[in-house]
Design a protein around this ligand. Structure first.
Ligand SMILES: Nc1ncnc2c1ncn2[C@@H]1O[C@H](COP(=O)(O)OP(=O)(O)O)[C@@H](O)[C@H]1O
Ligand SMILES: [Mg+2]
Length: 291
């Protein structure tokens, strides 16, 4: 069974995409894990970083090969979809010559924003309120159904989520065991964290009641808070510099020390240099300024 994690923060530019890619490639490279990446952001940054920008355009628009779109299309049409149709296998770039053999990806596409509106408009009328609740749960289960098909093929499923709580993002929450919040230790990036937790608790409560009301078997398993990963931390003298340390401390005082991953990611030019080449930092030998 895979462990399913959504990376979320409503603030942009905090490193959601970067950390999703690096957690996946780090787990594969350093720990021999099998990982499935799912890009749920219409900006497609994870897709670009993972396989290359022009490759993504060729795949999606020139060759009309499958993306997340096909998963949601299958919800609207009676055509069954198999996981192998939509998972791009062994194409995530490890360095200039190689790909990761144990990291696969479901790519995003730029018109994903339109899909949220289409999903929101879709209302199937049922015999009664109970059946309609069941239909609402089906609408939230599109991603979960795909993951269920491959749950034994991956140790981790990591999702890069967009900065909103529309239905596609809710699909991600619905299918997740954990949500992890990447954040920069500054005031604006941390002020929204409690709000994310409040929303997630609300979603968990709503989904649990819908599940019970629809009369489904088993019970809805709540998505748990995995923790905050601080990113772009400035170091001074072997630890976060004063201002950053203060924000980390105040977040710990508010949410508990265990809410924060003890390891953080420093701000450095390695990540952005590697990103320009559509590579993770582990490919540092192939990055221009490494020599
Ligand atoms: N630790 C880091 N050090 C330097 N640059 C970083 C770091 N983490 C992310 N970046 C850069 O910051 C920008 C925003 O990161 P990104 O992962 O796209 O954020 P998000 O997905 O939250 O919008 C990108 O250009 C990325 O390369
Ligand atoms: Mg992003």
């Amino acid at each position: 069974m895979s462990i399913v994690v959504s990376m979320i923060n409503w603030k942009g530019g905090v490193g959601k995409t970067t950390l999703t890619l690096h957690l996946a490639t780090g787990l594969a490279e350093r720990h021999g894990k099998r990982v499935l990446l799912i890009d749920l952001d219409a900006q497609c940054n994870l897709s670009f970083l993972a396989i290359g920008t022009s490759e993504h355009v060729t795949h999606t628009y020139t060759n009309s090969q499958p993306t997340l779109k096909d998963i949601f299309d299958s919800y609207f049409s009676p055509t069954p979809l198999t996981a192998n149709n939509v998972i791009l296998q062994q194409q995530v770039r490890a360095n200039a010559e190689q790909v990761y053999t144990t990291v696969d990806i479901i790519l995003s596409y730029q018109e994903l924003t339109l899909l949220d509106m289409k999903l929101a408009r879709e209302k199937r009328s049922g015999r009664d309120h109970r059946e309609e609740t069941k239909f609402e749960i089906e609408k939230l289960s599109v991603i979960k159904n795909i993951i269920n098909l491959v749950t034994h093929d991956y140790d981790y499923v990591l999702r890069d989520c967009p900065p909103n709580v529309h239905l596609v993002t809710q699909n991600a929450f619905f299918a997740s065991d954990y949500y992890v919040i990447p954040a920069i230790p500054d005031f604006l990036s941390t002020v929204g964290i409690s709000l994310i937790n409040t929303y997630m608790n609300q979603f968990n409560n709503d989904y649990t009641s819908m599940w019970v009301y629809a009369g489904l078997s088993d019970s809805y398993v709540a998505t748990r808070f995995g923790g905050i990963i601080f990113n772009m931390v400035d170091e001074y003298g072997g630890g976060p510099k004063n201002g950053h340390q203060q924000i980390i401390n105040s977040t710990a005082a508010q949410l508990g020390r265990s809410a924060i991953f003890s390891k953080y990611v420093t701000d450095g030019d390695g990540i952005s240099t590697a990103a320009q080449m559509n590579l993770p930092v582990y490919a540092y030998k192939d990055c221009p300024r490494a020599h």
